[in-house]
Design a protein around this ligand. Structure first.
Ligand code: ADP
Length: 269
């Protein structure tokens, strides 16, 4: 089979005719598939040995007869293995997201419930250093995949905690309007220089590599968010102003919204 990418543009007098340009992208498609499988296999193969190393390091750190001078290097090794584990988990998540265009199962996702759980974790991560404000429509649910949406929303909320200093306000919004549903995370942190914005959702793209590493980031979070949104007919918009803060907005179409009913969920259109 041949994969074609088609571009249809009106042309001619009064633009009544159509010009169809087809491009054979079979090769690109196959190369992409090979790359995707390679990343998935490599991550999978690395996961097992890494888990073994992490396990032994944990045992050594737990043992009471481990000499004091070994504890520091062992702790460093444990932290680095934890980092590698996070990267591998994120790579596997991305590979899974790339395997199909839509979530295998669509369900009614209790977004308010998920958000409250994520907020608890975010507060632990923040250790009281950030001020959280929420505006969550408790009756607004979404048709989609729970694990995927949870990972997208938590990435955005945790990012606001990880990439902003103490005292930053983080506002979380979950609402619907006539055009659809919106989830957004707004912070009044340091902001992101505008030249970086178009590339933020690329894998491993980080504004400040060293800082992101320090904060435990993998550089894959926003790539995951973008994939999840695409699979839910959603869109990610990022706005930011240096010194003023950043806003990450996820928009979903209205036909994915559901309103909580005491007994069951009914769809709103
Ligand atoms: P990471 O694992 O580094 O957080 P992401 O893909 O989630 O990777 O984010 C990419 C980069 O975008 C981060 O390294 C950081 O530089 C920047 N970033 C993300 N969220 C924020 C934010 N709320 N404020 C400032 N910078 C941010």
């Amino acid at each position: 089979a041949i994969m074609l990418s088609l571009r249809i543009t009106p042309f001619g007098e009064r633009k009544k005719q159509r010009l169809v340009v087809g491009r054979d992208i079979t090769k690109i498609y196959h190369l992409n598939m090979i790359r995707r499988d390679f990343v998935a296999n490599a991550s999978h193969e690395l996961r097992t040995p890494l888990t073994v190393i992490a396990g032994f390091l944990e045992t050594l750190l737990d043992a009471s007869d481990t000499p004091l001078q070994h504890r520091r290097p062992l702790t460093l090794m444990r932290n680095q293995t934890d980092r590698m584990c996070s990267i591998i988990e994120d790579l596997l998540t991305l590979s899974r997201l790339e395997m199909s265009e839509r979530p295998e199962e669509q369900e009614t996702v209790d977004v308010p419930d998920e958000l409250h759980l994520i907020l608890q974790e975010a507060q632990t991560l923040s250790q009281g250093r950030h001020i959280f404000e929420t505006r969550i429509d408790e009756d607004l649910l979404l048709l989609g995949s729970s694990p995927e949406l949870r990972s997208a929303f938590s990435n955005l909320i945790f990012n606001a905690v990880k990439h902003t200093p103490e005292g930053t306000h983080i506002r979380i919004l979950w609402q619907h309007d006539i055009d659809g549903v919106e989830f957004s995370v707004t912070d009044d942190g340091p902001g992101i220089p505008s030249e970086h914005l178009p590339r933020l959702t690329e894998r491993f793209y980080r504004v400040d590599r060293a800082r992101s590493r320090e904060s435990g980031g993998t550089g894959l979070g926003l790539a995951i968010v973008k994939h999840v949104l695409n699979r839910h007919d959603g869109r990610l918009r990022i706005t930011s102003e240096l010194g003023r803060g950043s806003r990450f907005i996820c928009r979903f179409p209205a036909n994915r919204a559901l309103i909580r009913d005491d007994r069951e969920s009914v769809r709103v259109d």
